[in-house]
Design a protein around this ligand. Structure first.
Ligand code: ADP
Length: 491
């Protein structure tokens, strides 16, 4: 099966969030299952500056974009040991920038940038020798691709018979733009209606993908249900409910090579289930040094790693720390960057409890690994969470997640109820209400369990034994691809 993966970010080229982890790992996992996979990405400044073996292909072509025809230059990268060809779409006007999507504010021309990228991706597909069976798109940035395939490129031999699959990584980001941006798409105004590309007088690129793709997926079964209703569907719940028969929820895998405590270069002493105590203690010592402490204290370490956004429940973390730091029951470490107000409240709470609360503002992949290795408890109090990766990394590193029961967190963490403990299935602690009191209660339950050494070690062992590798998830994607090929394309 020939698969074209189109995404706006992928590890190791460029990353702002979980999408990059997925788009970086899924192509390889599909290739291991026998697919022939090509990945298409924008050639961001960040991607070109990483010293990766990226080379020119000599291929360049004009891309229709409203009244303009900017040029796409195609670069190629074959990562060592990889079976996936990565093609990068270069255009300095659009992609030679400091950030992927903008800073505190989105770039004002993001519609133009990703309409260009989507059109370039399908034009590129048309120039490949062999036809594709599947075109797999991710999030709003690539939402136009299924529409292009059906409307403008249905006669192009390389893509005409392909089925398009649209994966939703987060309904909160839909790519909503001014209606006049419709002119840039090159699609007829008749598609600008409430059943296709329009959303309350605006152009909605995610909706476009969800309407035109043959199959839809999202990143967990629970999120697949949540987005068919308000508020999870963010206004598109009706459309998603109507397309429920083609919508699957597939939990993300994790990169088990990069996130492996037995081989992780970011931690001082690699470990497995047998020597988890020693490994975590060494990580704790290294983390203490990194944070400017002479030595770690003996209290359990409660950590949060993630984007400082409302979605992630950072406000609950701040309140939890405010209420619990004074009790001396735990040491808190927060690593994150994002909302300036959240960064400020975290700095304030760290200043109020020196020696008990450490806050690192920034994006630091290596430190994220060290924190997961050092932590006993990892907090994921998200308001909503399509899948979530931090709770999966935590389990692999023998840290017990405390999560809000929403989206993918429901599908990947088994709450430590008496029954789950008895059956040896418990991997974490969950709470329901989106309020600090509920989080505090869940963390207290976790700390009580931590005090019972035997019980805690059994949680840690169960968590570390979970299989979050991509192979399982990739097999499910393959089933979706096969199923969509078995049916005629949606009209
Ligand atoms: P989302 O995609 O919504 O941000 P996920 O849990 O799916 O959330 O993925 C977040 C990814 O980004 C994880 O790999 C996490 O370790 C990483 N990450 C988030 N914030 C930071 C940070 N400040 N430093 C290092 N890694 C981070």
């Amino acid at each position: 099966m020939r698969v074209l993966e189109v995404a706006s970010e992928a590890v190791p080229f460029a990353k702002t969030g979980g999408l990059a982890d997925v788009a970086g790992a899924l192509p390889e996992a599909l290739a291991r299952l026998g697919c022939e996979v090509t990945l298409v990405l924008p050639a961001y400044r960040e991607a070109l500056a990483k010293g990766l073996p990226i080379e020119p292909t000599g291929l360049e072509f004009e891309v229709p974009l409203g009244t303009r025809r900017p040029v796409a230059r195609i670069l190629r990268c074959r990562l060592p040991g990889s079976a996936v060809t990565t093609l990068l779409v270069a255009n300095d006007e659009f992609f030679d920038r400091q950030a992927l999507y903008g800073g505190a504010e989105d770039y004002p021309d993001n519609a133009q940038r990703f309409i260009f990228f989507s059109r370039a991706a399908i034009e590129l597909a048309c120039r490949q020798a062999a036809p594709f069976d599947i075109i797999h798109c991710h999030d709003w940035q690539t939402g136009l691709v299924p529409a292009y395939q059906k409307i403008l490129y249905h006669a192009a031999p390389a893509v005409a018979r392909a089925r398009t699959v649209m994966t939703i990584h987060n309904m909160a980001y839909q790519g909503l733009f001014w209606h006049w941006d419709m002119l840039l798409t090159g699609l007829d105004w008749r598609y600008f209606n409430w059943q296709q590309m329009e959303f309350h007088q605006q152009l909605n690129l995610l909706k476009t993908g969800l309407v035109f793709a043959d199959a839809l997926t999202t990143v967990s079964p629970t999120y697949a249900r949540e987005i068919q209703q308000a508020p999870g569907g963010r206004g598109l719940e009706g459309l998603l409910a109507a397309r429920a028969a083609t919508l699957s929820g597939i939990v993300n895998g994790i990169d088990t090579t990069a996130w492996n405590p037995a081989t992780d270069p970011h931690i001082p002493r690699p470990y497995g289930e047998q020597d988890v105590g020693e490994g975590k203690y060494a990580a704790r010592v290294a983390l203490a040094a990194r944070l400017g402490h002479a030595a770690p204290d003996a209290r359990p370490l409660v950590a949060f790693v993630g984007r400082l956004a409302e979605q992630k429940g950072v406000d609950l973390v701040v309140e939890l720390i405010g209420r619990m730091a004074g009790t001396g029951r735990a040491h808190f470490v927060v690593l994150g960057t994002g909302d300036p107000a959240a960064e400020e409240s975290l700095r304030r709470v760290a200043a109020a409890f020196p020696g008990t609360v450490d806050v690192v503002i920034g994006f630091d992949e290596g430190l994220a690994h060290l924190v997961q290795a050092a932590a006993d408890i990892v907090l994921v109090p998200s308001r909503f969470e399509p899948c979530g990766l931090t709770q999966l990394y935590a389990q692999r590193y023998g840290a017990i997640p405390v999560v809000r029961a929403t989206g993918g967190l429901v599908d990947t963490v088994v709450d430590a109820t008496p029954e789950a403990i008895r059956e040896g299935r418990a991997t974490g602690f969950t709470f329901g209400a989106c309020e600090a009191g509920a989080l505090v209660h869940a963390v207290e339950r976790a700390l009580d369990a931590h005090a019972d050494r035997g019980l805690w070690l059994s949680f840690v062992a169960t968590a570390m034994r979970q299989d979050w590798s991509w192979d399982t998830s990739a097999r499910e994607y393959l089933r979706v691809f096969e199923r969509s090929l078995a049916f005629p394309p949606t009209a």
